[in-house]
Design a protein around this ligand. Structure first.
Ligand code: SAH
Length: 222
């Protein structure tokens, strides 16, 4: 499968990914399916692993980090879209490759994305700009959110926290949704926190495995 440089061939792989990995498993939100049909996932991967872009698994993007499996990106995006409209600004914590941020942007969110590793942030910024996605990529500790850009309609965290980061929940607007994997370093539960008029409601959305969120409201570095 090496040597695929033809966008039509990539698009065919992408179409198959949407059908077999997303629709077949019950992802029904047309906004998510359309976005994931359009965003060229392979462009977010380093050349040497590009041919794995549409596989049913996470892929290494360097520095010990991964781009999430397509299904989990779809699931998190669909949960973000359950925020009460109008949907405006979203925060993506853990930019990594920039793919999740691009999918949120393709769904119509204005996206701010925070990454603690400068090299990943730079690469993601370049990819997003090349493809024309208007995402603001910042370098910093995303476990603290982005107070100056808050409040957010949706916050999607692509790394695992030991507990729900209070700073992030506090940056939701009423009707807003925070989607964050919470658990141990090795195994987590996808947790959904909704801001209501008078507090927060928590739901669980199934098991998952993410790299750790390293920061003040995440795990210590080791
Ligand atoms: N959403 C990404 C995948 C995320 S991998 C994608 O679509 O490719 C998790 C990312 O979170 C890694 O790049 C890691 O460096 C970053 N990260 C971990 N802790 C962080 C923190 N406190 N703030 C910002 N980024 C963090």
């Amino acid at each position: 499968m090496s040597g695929i440089d033809d966008e039509a061939a990539w698009a065919a792989l992408r179409e198959r990914m949407v059908r077999d990995q997303l629709e077949a498993r019950g992802v029904a939100d047309g906004r998510v399916l359309d976005a994931m049909r359009r965003v060229p996932r392979h462009r977010f991967l380093p050349e040497r692993v590009r041919e794995e872009a549409y596989g049913d698994h996470p892929v290494s993007i360097g520095e010990g980090q991964t781009i999430s499996q397509p299904f989990i990106v779809a699931e998190m995006t669909a949960l973000a879209l359950t925020a009460t409209p109008p949907l405006r600004r979203a925060l993506d914590v853990g930019t990594g490759s920039g793919y999740q941020a691009a999918v949120l942007a393709a769904c119509g969110f204005e996206v701010v994305s925070v990454e603690r590793r400068e090299r990943l942030a730079e690469r993601a910024r370049a990819t997003l700009a090349e493809l024309g996605y208007r995402v603001e990529v910042r370098v910093g500790d995303g476990s603290l959110g982005c107070p100056d850009a808050a409040p957010f309609c949706a916050i999607v965290v692509g790394a695992a926290a030991p507990s729900v980061p209070a700073a992030l929940a506090g940056q939701l607007r009423p009707g807003g949704v925070l989607v964050v994997p919470v658990g141990s370093r090795g195994l987590q539960e996808l947790t959904v926190v909704r801001r209501t008029e008078d507090g927060f409601a928590h739901e669980r959305a199934g098991g998952c495995v993410f790299v750790p969120l390293v920061g003040e409201q995440g795990w210590p570095e080791r």
